[in-house]
Design a protein around this ligand. Structure first.
Ligand SMILES: CCCCC/C=C\C/C=C\C/C=C\C/C=C\CCCC(=O)SCCNC(=O)CCNC(=O)[C@H](O)C(C)(C)COP(=O)(O)OP(=O)(O)OC[C@H]1O[C@@H](n2cnc3c(N)ncnc32)[C@H](O)[C@@H]1OP(=O)(O)O
Length: 191
């Protein structure tokens, strides 16, 4: 992302937010067929318009590092509120787009959040250019949608290219899920 493009980042996040609203709304509706057909054409028009702005990797805004999940249409948006060399605190609110069964979050989405949060933390405070080797998630309680939840991440051990991390996702005093993961730094020259 170049300096000149930085100004547009907020505007892009507005578009991603609108897209997220669309995803969540899609999970709540039961439109009749005629309206569905009409709306499908509208969505296709938007997609075709966006295709005019396809850009090479590195120039694409969706995964610009400063934005993290906030700037990506599929990842879960979260805020890192505090970060030290070994620990991180954050907050996240899942939407209806992330719902599995009634008002609770789909387990796979929780795993994706952990991968992103722990991976980001390892890249910032552990070893950059690492990949997830394993990620184990324990679902301790159901996770509510539309509620601000707390996340933690900590680096437990670094051994050579290996960074071992753990994370939690909590609703007040209730632990919703816990994760432990290994990230391995890529050898030089490895794509
Ligand atoms: C939704 C779209 C998202 C798009 C994201 C795009 C870009 C991200 C941008 C910026 C990044 C910033 C932040 C990061 C944010 C998120 C992170 C997401 C990360 C991922 O989502 S990434 C995709 C999923 N991930 C894979 O696709 C990995 C496939 N895999 C491999 O690429 C190799 O497998 C690798 C590299 C893991 C290791 O390969 P290698 O050849 O370098 O090393 P080697 O095998 O020798 O292992 C060395 C030592 O690790 C031990 N070890 C290895 N694997 C182990 C295991 N599973 N369990 C226990 N120990 C293990 C060995 O036992 C040995 O240990 P020791 O040295 O003690 O003997």
């Amino acid at each position: 992302m170049t300096e000149a493009q930085a100004y547009d980042t907020d505007v892009f996040v507005d578009m991603i937010e609108a897209f997220r609203d669309l995803q969540a709304t899609l999970c709540l509706v039961a439109p009749p067929p005629e309206a569905t057909t009409e709306l499908t054409a509208t969505i296709e028009d938007v997609t075709n318009r966006l295709k005019e702005f396809e850009a090479p990797e590195g120039d694409r805004v969706a995964r610009e590092l400063g934005l993290r999940g906030i700037g990506h249409p599929v990842l879960v948006p979260y805020q890192a509120t505090d970060m030290s060399d070994t620990g991180m605190l954050g907050s996240v609110t899942f939407s209806y787009a992330h719902m599995g069964s009634t008002n609770t979050v789909h387990g796979g989405v929780i795993t994706m959040l952990f991968d992103d949060v722990l991976g980001m933390f390892v890249s910032r405070k552990g070893q950059p250019n690492s990949r997830t080797a394993f990620l184990k998630v324990n679902y301790r309680n159901t996770t509510p949608v539309n509620r601000e939840l707390r996340m933690t991440a900590s680096i437990d051990k670094i051994e050579g290219r290996k960074t071992f991390v753990t994370g939690t996702l909590s609703d007040g005093d209730i632990v919703c899920a816990e994760a432990e993961a290994l990230f391995v730094q890529l050898l030089p020259g490895r794509p």
